[in-house]
Ligand binder design. Structure first.
Ligand code: GLY
Length: 648
């Protein structure tokens, strides 16, 4: 491995700038060794280039490019409030909201608006999100759905053919055409959550982002790497080219100060007039025109003003299931995240994972035992098999038995667990059989990148929000200062499986594409079996691999007693329903050279029949845990995230 540079060089400069943009923080200075003072970040860890193959060009398994690993991160401890977001500027904006008495909902609004500027490759108001929210006063859990929808006119071949008469694929690619763009949902969802749980004025929560857009900010190392990797696609769109590239066409580099006056104007309108300023009027018209652009040979999308004006966020019923002494609450459809995490954990409940904890875990989490990776990845194969067949937008495709319980009840998951051979991998799993359900199984579209925010506030409320434009820079269309998503590529582009039956996740007008986003709240289980105190908040970006990242973290926290920093830092591992088991080669304790040939864990798994990939993983996990005296949290060493709060 080669040490290349301190990851926080750019971030520190950014914090100096943002300090002058934001109101003074009332919290006291922190003493934590980890990445935070009070709403400030301390240097923590170094940026390491792992000797592992990178995933560029392999977006099916690695949604965003790997940008290294910060070794030796230690957790942050706070007294009453805490936030972890994927960029220190966004974390700080949210932290300052919390420090001034804001709720977790208030902090999310501030963080999301700033993330759209400093992490546009992953998230922004042109995308969608899912939010799990705990209201401490009412002890209720809300699941907010801000998923994008397909235009009403979209047919089942919308993503693969120019029209039913012209079977040419969308140009220059489905991703970079207007066809991949769904009606954005994050703003309507955040407004709904803010109406329900906000304390501070909607308008004021936009101030940090508007100031940043006006005055500029230095491009972070990760954003610079993503711009460079996407320069060719960004060059096709006039607005994207002008914003992300220099006049000579070269990518704007790390540290380059970038301003976004168009975004400042857009955010000011939404701050004053609410989401209607986005879903109707001039901005809506600009979105329709940009989606329909044909310049540079792009196939136009079909979003209309009516599609935008008609967009509704939804409040859905959270999926809450027992796991040993805890209760896990996750997102229902159209995300498959809550179902698939719950199914995996429910299968794993049948095994003694505590006895398989890593030996002597250090700050980077320790190396998991091969038997643990085997059991967990087998459980994931079984859970993904069911989700691939049965989970889609519930407003279009009901679950078997019309209830998550059909796929999550304990006797069923025990039967699934019995399919696991402790000594050899099953390769691929078959879905459960629920009688005459008219659905096929077929190839699934790759799913891509994203961002995650975990928050707890001084009132005891908590939020886990995963937010996305899908692939890096979404569809590469930029309008009024923000990136438009390519979320419709989370649909199956083909409508039927090999057996000719329709796929649950096929494109339909007005439908939401299936997601893997898995924002998760974990509660203690009281002796009477009821939901007790909130114990953990977690989630991650990472496309279809999100489920594996979150499962790894939950097992680390709940079965292995790792602290949140160790749990997120530990090697990423797992499997979707294929013979390939991923072991994140970016981790300093995984020997990724020669395709992992010299790594003991990789060798043991291969001996059990696993096709092991040591491609770098690009999780962006965060995890917060209640402990005596307050909270302890960790941010993923693989990205630029930071944890902040009223440190102790
Ligand atoms: N686009 C990532 C996901 O929804 O899972």
């Amino acid at each position: 491995m080669t040490r290349i540079r301190h990851v926080h060089t750019g971030a520190t400069a950014v914090l100096v700038l943002i300090g002058s943009l934001l109101t003074a923080c009332s919290s006291s200075p922190g003493t934590s060794a980890a990445g935070a003072g009070s709403c400030a970040e301390a240097p923590n860890g170094t940026h390491i280039a792992a000797d592992a193959p990178t995933a560029t060009g392999d977006i099916a398994t690695n949604p965003e490019i790997g940008t290294g690993y910060r070794t030796g991160m230690s957790p942050v401890r706070t007294r009453t409030y805490m936030v972890s977001a994927a960029n220190p500027i966004a974390t700080q904006a949210a932290c300052r909201v919390l420090a001034s008495g804001g709720t977790a909902a208030d902090a999310l609004v501030a963080a999301q608006m700033v993330l759209g500027l400093v992490e546009p490759q992953a998230t922004g108001i042109g995308g969608g999100a899912f939010l799990m929210y705990y209201n401490a006063a009412t002890k209720s859990v809300d699941a907010y759905d801000g998923r994008e929808i397909a235009p009403a006119s979209a047919t089942e071949n919308y993503l693969r053919w120019t029209s039913d008469a012209d079977h040419t694929p969308p140009q220059p690619s489905t991703t970079a055409s207007g066809r991949s763009i769904g009606v954005p949902g994050v703003l309507r969802m955040l407004r709904m959550a803010h109406d329900d749980h906000g304390k501070q004025s909607w308008r004021d929560l936009f101030t940090p982002a508007i100031d940043l857009a006006d005055h500029g900010f230095p491009i972070s190392p990760r954003m610079a790497a993503e711009i460079a990797a996407s320069a060719k696609d960004l060059a096709r769109d006039d607005n994207a080219r002008a914003y992300f590239l220099k006049p000579d066409g070269s990518p704007k580099p790390e540290g380059y100060t970038i301003t976004d006056p168009a975004m400042a104007k857009t955010l000011s309108a939404i701050a004053s007039d609410g989401p209607d300023a986005f879903y109707t009027g001039a901005i809506a018209k600009d979105i329709v025109d940009t989606t329909g652009a044909t310049s540079a040979g792009r196939t136009p999308g079909q979003i209309t003003l009516a599609d935008l004006a008609g967009y509704r966020a939804e409040k859905r019923t959270a999926i809450c299931t027992d796991y040993r002494t805890h209760i896990l609450c996750g997102m229902p459809g159209p995300s498959s995240g809550g179902m698939t995490v719950a199914a995996t954990m429910g299968i794993l409940e049948n095994f003694d994972l505590a006895s398989l904890a890593p030996d002597h875990p250090d700050r980077d989490g320790g190396v998991p035992k091969a038997q643990a990776v085997h059991l967990i990845s087998e459980a994931e194969r079984l859970a993904y098999a069911d989700r691939d067949k049965y989970v889609a937008d519930p407003d279009f495709v009901p679950l078997p038995g019309n209830s998550p319980d059909t796929l999550l009840n304990k006797p069923y998951l025990k039967q699934r667990a019995a399919l696991i051979n402790p000594a050899h991998t099953m390769g691929s799993a078959q879905p459960g059989d629920f009688g005459p359900v008219p659905l096929g199984t077929g190839p699934q579209q790759p799913e891509h990148g994203t961002s995650h925010i975990s928050v707890v506030d001084e009132y005891g409320n908590a939020a886990a929000m995963t937010t996305t434009v899908n692939a890096a820079f979404g569809s590469f269309h930029v309008v009024d200062g923000f990136v438009l998503n390519n979320q419709l590529e989370d649909f199956s582009s083909i409508p039927t499986g090999a057996d000719g039956a329709p796929l649950a996740n096929r494109v339909q007008g007005g439908k939401r594409p299936r997601s893997s986003m898995s924002p998760t709240l974990v509660f203690d289980r009281d002796p009477d079996g009821s939901r007790g105190r909130l114990a953990y908040v977690t989630g991650s970006p990472g496309g279809s691999v999100i489920i594996q990242f979150v499962v790894k973290t939950l097992v680390g926290l709940l079965d292995w007693g790792l602290n949140p920093q160790q749990a997120v830092s530990a090697p990423d591992f797992g499997a979707a329903n294929t013979p390939v088991t991923g072991i994140g080669g970016e981790h300093p304790d995984i020997k990724a050279t020669d395709n992992g040939e010299h790594d003991p864990l990789v060798r043991q798994l291969r001996a059990m029949g696993h096709q092991v990939s040591v491609v770098q993983q690009s999780s962006g996990l965060s995890a917060l845990k209640r402990e005596p005296g307050g909270w302890i949290g960790g941010a993923d060493p693989r990205r630029e995230g930071a944890v902040m709060g009223d440190t102790r």
